[in-house]
Design a protein around this ligand. Structure first.
Ligand code: ADP
Ligand code: MG
Ligand code: MG
Length: 250
């Protein structure tokens, strides 16, 4: 099956259980939003999917196209086509964006397969155009002195270059003004289609005005308490989160 499937996922930090049985299936070709009040496990879910060693999975599975990834190293997960937008937020002194992108693309290739300059440069041109970014940006050092908006745009640039099959975006909208938000959304929307699936994690509905999700799931206290269509995000926007918190205790 071409899908990202999260099955009865439980995860802990130290002695505390944060994820308490998450069930979620995203077919390739769909983008689902994950929403929920702060502190209820959204980012933990994203980090567990990427393989952050700080979290311990105690039960359940994460299947990418039927393959359980939980025993894999983060770079193996990336080679399967998983992309986490917050995966490389670090500043790397002395590494330009261009170098970094080339290395990241190369890392996804099979052994012995080279990323040609033509492939790299052609793709880069297209991605920069989509993001309305001047080519000179790629000669800058990765994230060094970047504004919040530039960092996010850079995440989307990485995403466009790496051609992921599943993306996980966690709070990509935080701290962005509307113009930056629109550019981020344009980048994501340019990739949408039958070959891309993923989760857009966001506390606020705002981003979902520009990236309209195929489905919306609400996480409260480490579980999905409700799923629905894009209208569910609107409901949260107008009615807040109190009513979903009640669902969790019901
Ligand atoms: P959300 O993204 O929904 O705001 P998080 O997944 O970031 O929520 O956090 C869920 C809960 O887990 C919070 O109570 C948070 O304090 C706790 N938590 C998350 N990561 C850690 C960590 N590394 N160490 C301790 N507690 C953590
Ligand atoms: Mg939070
Ligand atoms: Mg979070």
């Amino acid at each position: 099956p071409h899908q990202l499937e999260i099955r009865n996922l439980h995860a802990t930090v130290g002695d505390t259980e944060i994820l308490k049985g998450i069930n979620l299936t995203v077919p390739r070709g769909e983008l689902h939003a994950v929403m929920g009040p702060n502190g209820n496990g959204k980012s933990t879910l994203a980090k567990v999917i990427v393989g952050d060693p700080e979290y311990t999975v105690t039960q359940g599975e994460v299947l990418v196209d039927g393959v359980n990834i939980l025993e894999m190293e983060p770079d193996e997960r990336a080679r399967l086509g998983l992309f986490l937008a917050f995966q490389y937020p670090v500043e790397i002194p002395g590494v330009t964006i261009a170098n970094f992108l080339r290395l990241a693309m190369q890392a996804r290739k099979a052994e012995g397969e080279e990323v040609s300059f033509t492939e790299f440069y052609g793709k880069l041109q297209g991605a920069l155009k989509t993001l309305e970014w001047d080519e000179s940006i790629v000669e800058r050092y990765l994230n060094a002195g970047f504004s919040g908006g530039e960092k996010k745009r850079n995440e989307i640039l990485q995403m466009l270059m790496l051609d992921p099959t599943y993306i996980i975006m966690d709070e990509t909208d935080s701290g962005l003004d509307v113009d930056a938000l629109k550019i981020v959304a344009k980048g994501v929307n340019s990739m949408r289609g039958k070959d891309l699936g993923g989760l857009i994690i966001t506390h606020y509905q705002r981003l979902l005005d520009y990236i309209v999700p195929d489905k919306v799931h609400i996480i409260v206290d480490g579980r999905v308490v409700q799923s629905g269509g894009a209208e569910l995000a609107k409901k949260l926007d107008t009615q807040g989160y109190d009513w979903v918190k009640e669902l969790a205790t019901a």
